[in-house]
Design a binder for this molecule. Structure first.
Ligand SMILES: C[S@@+](CC[C@H](N)C(=O)[O-])C[C@H]1O[C@@H](n2cnc3c(N)ncnc32)[C@H](O)[C@@H]1O
Length: 243
């Protein structure tokens, strides 16, 4: 895998095996994690709450979890947080200590070191568990409720089993009553897979010049909801991905 500098100057990886970057090179690794995953989680599910459980699927370089910690520190979040994160690539995790994370994440080096060596970080208010596992097997064994999911595998082309209606049924089973799922994908097939599991679907337009993304929730959000029934009527060939 090669290290690549992305649009905001933060580095990511290019995976030759699947011919995909770990992040949008246009938006930037740090910016993508912040705007598509972490800020919606903060604004809609974390701010003002005493505790939360996050599922970060899949850990990869860990930007979503690390940027979340960075933001919570800046916001003075005083609640308790648990993060569960499956990742199948043990060698990648072991090498994270030498990855050149951006300066914003420098203070989190001890967390990165612990995750690379023990795959776990526990302090008074924070518990992070990174588990070497296939994501499907991992969520089948996870007990909920989960408040927030950062859904961040490779694209449906490379990771088809992690984008199906049946896979998203696992989120439905694990989710708290107002579970929030964040994902970079805006594909109708992906949105339908979530919708058919009872999620409301929202187009998320970050304020910065960052591509749109998708928010899905079992509750409600103060963003523009997409009428998925209308989408289906207008495109009779639109269908969710299936196992
Ligand atoms: C797009 S990258 C994740 C980006 C990550 N959120 C980050 O901030 O770096 C996708 C990751 O999913 C992992 N992965 C792919 N298929 C998987 C599976 N079936 N189960 C668990 N992890 C998987 C890959 O090893 C890779 O690290």
């Amino acid at each position: 895998m090669a290290i690549v500098t992305t649009g905001d100057g933060s580095p990511t990886l290019y995976c030759e095996a699947v011919r995909e970057h770990y992040h949008s090179t246009r938006d930037g690794a740090f910016t993508e994690a912040l705007h598509k995953h972490v800020l919606p989680a903060w604004e809609y599910r974390l701010r003002g709450r005493p505790e939360a459980v996050v599922l970060d699927l899949c850990f990869g370089l860990g930007y979503n979890t690390l940027v979340l910690l960075w933001l919570l520190q800046r916001m003075g979040y005083a609640g308790r947080l648990q993060v569960w994160s499956p990742e199948r690539d043990a060698a990648l995790l072991a090498g994270l200590e030498s990855f050149p994370y951006p300066a914003e994440l420098a203070a989190l080096r001890p967390v990165v070191r612990a995750l690379a060596r023990q795959r776990r970080w526990i302090d008074r208010k924070l518990r992070i568990e990174v588990v070497v596992s296939e994501a499907r097997a991992f969520i089948a064994g996870l007990a909920g409720p989960v408040d927030i999911v950062f859904h961040d595998p490779f694209s449906p082309r490379c990771n088809p089993s992690l984008w199906t209606r049946e896979f998203f049924a696992g989120y439905r089973r694990l989710g708290a009553a107002d579970l929030l799922v964040t994902t970079y994908s805006t594909a109708t097939a992906v949105r339908l897979g979530l919708f058919e599991n009872g999620f409301r679907i929202y187009e998320h337009r970050p304020r910065a010049r960052v591509r749109s993304s998708t928010l899905a929730t079992l509750g409600r959000l103060p963003e523009t909801e997409i009428d998925m029934e209308l989408k289906k009527q207008r495109n009779l060939r639109a269908a969710s991905l299936r196992d």
